[in-house]
Ligand binder design. Sequence first.
Ligand code: ADP
Ligand code: MN
Ligand code: MN
Ligand code: MN
Length: 336
Amino acid sequence: MAYLAEYIWIDGVQPTPGLRSKTKVMKEGDELPIWGFDGSSTEQAPGDKSDCVLKPAFSCPDPIRGGDNVLVMCEVTYNDMKPHETNTRAACEKTAKKYAKHESWFGLEQEYTLLDPSGWPYGFPEGGFPAPQGPYYCGVGADKIFGRPLVEKHLELCLQAGLEISGINGEVMPGQWEFQVGPLATPAVGDHLYIARWLLQRLGEDFGIVVSFDAKPIKGDWNGAGCHTNFSTAAMRRDGGYAVIEKACKALGTKIDAHVKGYGAGIEDRLTGKHETAPYNKFSYGVSNRGASVRIPWQVPIEGKGYLEDRRPNANMDPYTVTRLLVDTICAATPV
Ligand code: ADP
Ligand code: MN
Ligand code: MN
Ligand code: MN
């Protein structure tokens, strides 16, 4: 019996690359081979040298097609198999290997916004605005929650695919939602997040709903969309870990620009200091503080160990880049 492999990759569209995919018919028992695509159609190559290579990096069951079919997250390479300039996974894997002894874990809180086909948020009246935000976060009821059938179906599909999804919730703006992936090491957490993003957008096709990872989909007094990144090392998770977490926060405070630049396009518009954010150009951290750049959950000082939450990454961030930056900065400054 033949089976189908959906090869998924990240394109070169700037400043916010998107996902692309195409289907390969496989013979029973065949291993996933490298494959190619037209890079001139994805802003990854000029027309006269258009061939780019897809190198399978991670695969899981395809919960949409079912059966033996699979989804395949790929790295993009040049013809000599060197990483393409848009391939952020290769550098992430290299850094992760360098600091493997730290045993870093990540939990990503992916926020997103559902839009109707005209581009206006699901739950917003046509051409107008709903009542101010307040009752929508984790709400219930047809006046507060919009798009739940799609969100529920997405959770079910992620579980069927074997992704490490850890929860979902309705967010602060109507039509805005969140799912969490992790805890997982990197680049695995990035692989799982990208497949989960692809499934969400793919499902949106069936529902006639557009999924946006825009960091500030509606200007004005409405929450932006982020991807809070929870992080720990083995030393943080053991007794005495609180001191290691504080050390990590201090290290982050010395590299503000490098991190913010890699945390997603348009971050200045989202990290304004309002709507549970800290200004993008200042660094702060604090226990339970949702107005700080980095929040230390309330259990950490009580238990003396745990993890930290970098609240700065945008919803449109690249998880390979964000996790690479965190491992690089924090593991260099903290003990194994
Ligand atoms: P919030 O209260 O900020 O909304 P969430 O419950 O949405 O938090 O997300 C927390 C995320 O942190 C989850 O994905 C969870 O798996 C992850 N997490 C929990 N413990 C750790 C840890 N020790 N290291 C890294 N991530 C963790
Ligand atoms: Mn959350
Ligand atoms: Mn959230
Ligand atoms: Mn959070």
